[in-house]
Design a protein around this ligand. Structure first.
Ligand code: FHN
Length: 429
């Protein structure tokens, strides 16, 4: 994939990530997000339930009983790999301030639990072993830390005992630990919206991190700009729409983060997305030229739920058949919709058909381009027609894959640089 990353707006300051590294990230298309910590003992939302569903004193004492004896980093990473995921992002420190690694700068960490083992280090090692890129989520805000001025306790006035400059030093010390000890492929920042954190602090931290590792990818949630896109004030390398599929964008890289269930952290009997929902989300994300970071919340004992592992395996099985239409492709040339999503690579256009509402799939013609062959990916030929300013595919009554059928349109020339077209799809019964 080329082109898109060169046009991204460089974060303010003199250092930014090599566009080739960003392009390589975008080729991966699918990653696993993991939200986990002692809060799973209550089954409530990580960070947000502190001082709300769970009292501050109870929440902040959970680490004393957090003992995930069934945690197996290899199992988590193999689950991600079996799902066709190419990278894994763990909440090393969420808004509640608890650290899943033996940080030297706070005792509020995994080594002070009955478990006493480095979760971040174990996952970094397993990702290396299984060839998955290891990424770290780190919350800028920290409602537990005494030097961070806000504590999500309903008080609007900043804590007079807090010292934001000391907290910034704490952050830099921890991030230097994480970079130098675990060498993450990417840092996924969050919690940038509160008043104690400023745009200047974000730019300063970005430059600091790039001096530690010029190749580490950093998302756009350090600065004070919108998660949705990239603009002049963005600090970071790619946009991060959340809980929805981002808009098609051939210029700026983006990744949607979406939960497999409803809560980010584990909740008993949480509603889980169906396989068609997951596959349609993945295809529509890739169809928009973006990545999908799909979230799982493991249980207090360290296991992921069997039903979630099964769902991830089903996604991986689909990708074993059709992954060539997702990995390393670009989105477009037509804008995705509820019926189908399109990706492209070299002279091929991949059509991901979620359900057929008629006997033909009609698309606008691509001036100067002709279909030379059309077929189901790993299947038989499909009749196609060019007429007027349209081209169409004849749809079978029984599509080959009830979840999502993938057609291939081999064109008479490379298609990656065709400008995006808003597709007006009509069905002819
Ligand atoms: O507040 C967090 C939330 O807990 C979760 O981590 C998501 C994931 O991107 N980010 C923030 C909400 O925007």
């Amino acid at each position: 994939m080329n082109g898109q990353a060169q046009l991204q707006s460089a974060p303010s300051g003199n250092i930014h990530t090599d566009p080739k590294i960003i392009a390589g990230f975008m080729d991966k298309r699918l990653g696993l997000f993991i939200h986990w910590g002692p809060v799973t003992l209550r089954g409530t939302e990580i960070g947000w339930s502190r001082n709300h569903q769970v009292s501050q004193s109870d929440y902040d004492s959970l680490y004393k009983e957090f003992n995930p004896v069934l945690f197996d980093a290899d199992q988590w990473v193999k689950t991600a790999k079996d799902a066709g995921m190419k990278y894994l992002t763990i909440t090393a420190k969420h808004h509640d301030g608890f650290c899943l690694w033996p940080t030297a700068f706070s005792t509020y960490n995994i080594m002070h639990t009955p478990y006493k083992k480095d979760i971040v280090g174990a996952l970094a090692k397993s990702c290396k072993k299984y060839g998955i890129q290891f990424c770290i989520y780190y919350s800028v805000l920290d409602w537990h830390h005494p030097d961070y001025p806000l504590h999500n306790d309903g008080k609007k006035v900043p804590d007079p005992l807090a010292d934001m400059e000391k907290y910034r030093v704490y952050m830099k010390n921890q991030l230097k630990e994480l970079i130098t000890q675990y060498h993450p492929y990417m840092l996924w920042f969050d919690g940038n919206w509160e008043s104690p954190w400023t745009q200047d602090m974000a730019t300063d931290l970005y430059q600091y991190l790039k001096k530690l590792d010029k190749n580490v990818i950093i998302n756009n949630r350090l600065g004070k700009t919108s998660d949705e896109g990239m603009g002049p004030g963005t600090v970071g390398d790619y946009a991060t729409p959340e809980q929805h599929i981002g808009q098609l964008n051939m210029k700026d890289p983006w990744e949607s983060c979406i939960t497999l269930c409803e809560q980010w952290a584990w909740k008993p009997n949480d509603a889980m997305k169906s396989l068609p929902q997951c596959i349609q989300t993945l295809c529509s994300t890739a169809g928009g030229n973006g990545n999908l970071l799909l979230n799982v919340g493991p249980m207090p004992d360290g296991r992921m739920e069997a039903r979630q592992i099964k769902r991830l395996k089903e996604i991986g099985d689909w990708l074993k058949q059709y992954g060539s239409s997702i990995y390393g492709t670009k989105g477009g040339p037509f804008v995705p919709d509820s019926i189908c999503a399109f990706t492209r690579k070299d002279n091929k256009i991949y059509v991901h058909l979620f359900h057929a509402t008629g006997s033909q799939l009609v698309m606008p013609d691509l001036p100067g381009f002709r279909i030379t062959k059309a077929y189901f990916l790993k299947g038989e030929a499909v009749p196609f027609y060019h007429y007027g300013d349209h081209m169409s595919l004849e749809l079978h009554r029984n599509l080959p894959d009830p979840v999502c059928s993938v057609f291939v349109l081999e064109m008479n020339a490379p298609v990656e640089n065709i400008p995006v077209i808003i597709k007006i799809t009509s069905k002819i019964d």
